[in-house]
Design a binder for this molecule. Structure first.
Ligand code: DAH
Length: 474
């Protein structure tokens, strides 16, 4: 977990949760390396950039080339039917690229798709984009959204790069500019990719849903007030809402915005999203929602919505008033609008009572056949198989980053790893060398694992960690 990155345990970027998360234990920044063969190969290709494909060809997929298996060779990567050159920035692995073909949110009986459909039903007249390639440019993912050049989200330790300019999207906001050029009410659902640690609520691939609505700046106040006043469903009456947001210099109105239009837009945003969670948590009699201040590069002011679930505040989404630069670039200088983004796994884990994020990727029928379209029902555990843990201890080096270590674990062991935890760390008083010990907890979700099998995996892991990370085993 890189410091500075606004990333929550529940897989949504946020300014607030970043602060709540512990600082990285041993790491420095900027080491894009540590990727074994691919890294060596790509070093040779340094400075030779993207060639085969033009970013503006990104768009909706007709025959779904995303279903085609990706391939990595020594100088190119083919994914979604398109080929890209690799270079010194490449850090994506086959294990990750293979996930691009799964498209979980397109399987109507999958919990991710069920949550998606329920959310979409609150926005019936929104144009819903669901087939964007996960391969985007750094311009789409960061620059178009006003991310600073040195923003930590761009770090190679946090993001999968295909090459220096092409990456796997880290959030659905990467498509905001494009969709807002095409429509004023939009939803985007997609798989997103982030390098991270391994545990029951983190997976390097997860799903997000993005929504946005624009209004004519001149008539926004009247239109919005009328719409809210005539809403007969009165959903807000059945939600307890606390709003502790304040518009200050820390979370300011944009200079170009008229105060009344901005406030009306903010009201419409909160009204729409309250309605959305009311619908999603329809079984909760006393739904309690809290609005708090936040920060995102692409909105101002920005907020987060939390709901009180089983006694704990659950962060549900980030949102705000869209930066006017984005609307100007989308050819809509006369509009004002709101946007939100949420992680679908987090909601599905809670609503279906699913204990481990890896289950979403299970191909086991005992998982897949439990659910019905449009219906939230509690997950029935089919079994809990015994765990088997193994420790690995090594002298780390200055390039070491926990996310890179987790990537090697993922590559060698796949989804059989339940979590990876540092259990010991010390610095040698004389040599100043740093020793770390990680405990890897192996547990399959659909079968018993044998000690022999795990020993083999662990042996391979020990070799790969030395080879790729240049650390010294103890
Ligand atoms: N893209 C943000 C993330 O991944 C979520 C988000 C926050 C999306 C605010 C938005 C927004 O559209 O306005 O954490």
């Amino acid at each position: 977990m890189a410091s500075g990155m606004f990333r929550a345990a529940t897989q949504q970027w946020s300014s607030r949760t970043l602060r709540a998360r512990p600082a990285p234990r041993i790491m420095n920044y900027g080491s894009a390396s540590l990727f074994g063969d691919l890294q060596c190969i790509t070093k040779l290709l340094a400075n030779e950039l993207i060639a085969f494909w033009e970013p503006d060809q990104l768009g909706q997929i007709g025959s779904n080339p995303l279903k085609e298996p990706p391939t990595i060779t020594k100088d190119s990567i083919t994914v979604g039917g398109k080929t890209y050159k690799v270079d010194q920035a490449t850090n994506v692995t086959t294990t990750i690229l293979e996930k691009t073909t799964r498209q979980l949110f397109q399987i109507p009986t999958h919990p991710i798709a069920i949550i998606k459909d329920l959310i979409a039903s609150t926005f019936p007249d929104f144009k819903h984009y669901q087939s964007f390639s996960p391969v985007v440019t750094t311009k789409q993912n960061f620059d178009d959204l006003c991310f600073a050049k040195d923003h930590p989200g761009r770090a190679a330790t946090d993001t999968y790069y295909i090459n220096e300019k092409i990456m796997l999207r880290t959030h659905t906001s990467a498509h905001q500019l494009q969709v807002l050029t095409e429509a004023d009410k939009v939803l985007v659902t997609a798989d997103v990719y982030r390098r991270d640690e391994i545990d029951a609520s983190h997976y390097p691939v997860f799903h997000q849903m993005e929504g946005a609505e624009l209004f004519d700046t001149k008539t926004a106040v009247d239109v919005i007030r009328k719409q809210i006043a005539t809403d007969t469903a009165q959903h807000s009456k059945s939600i307890h809402t606390t709003d502790i947001t304040v518009i200050t210099d820390k979370n300011p109105k944009q200079d170009c915005h008229d105060q009344a239009a901005m406030l009306a837009t903010a009201d419409h945003l909160k009204y729409s999203l309250n309605k959305m969670v009311r619908n999603l948590f329809s079984h909760e009699k006393n739904l309690t929602v809290r609005w708090i201040d936040a920060q995102f590069p692409f909105t101002s002011p920005s907020w987060e919505m939390e709901i009180l679930y089983k006694g704990k505040w659950l962060e549900v989404l980030g949102c705000g008033v869209i930066k006017q630069d984005i609307l100007n670039n989308a050819g809509k200088p006369d509009k004002i609008g709101w946007a939100f983004g949420l992680g679908l796994e987090r909601l599905a884990l809670v609503l279906f009572g699913i204990p481990d994020i890896r289950l979403f990727w299970s191909q086991d029928e005992r998982f897949l056949h439990q659910f019905e379209p449009s219906k939230i029902q509690k997950f029935k555990a089919f079994s809990k198989y015994p765990p088997c843990f193994k420790d690995i201890t090594f002298w780390s080096n200055e390039d070491f980053h926990e996310n890179n270590f987790c990537e090697v674990v993922r590559d060698v062991a796949g989804d059989i790893v339940e979590d990876v935890r540092m259990i010991d760390e010390f610095t040698h008083p004389k040599t100043k060398k740093c020793s770390v010990c990680y405990r890897i907890n192996y547990r399959s979700m659909d079968r018993n694992v044998t000690n022999v099998e795990i020993n083999e995996i662990q042996d391979r892991l020990r070799e790969e960690v030395v080879r790729r990370m240049k650390v010294e085993l103890r």
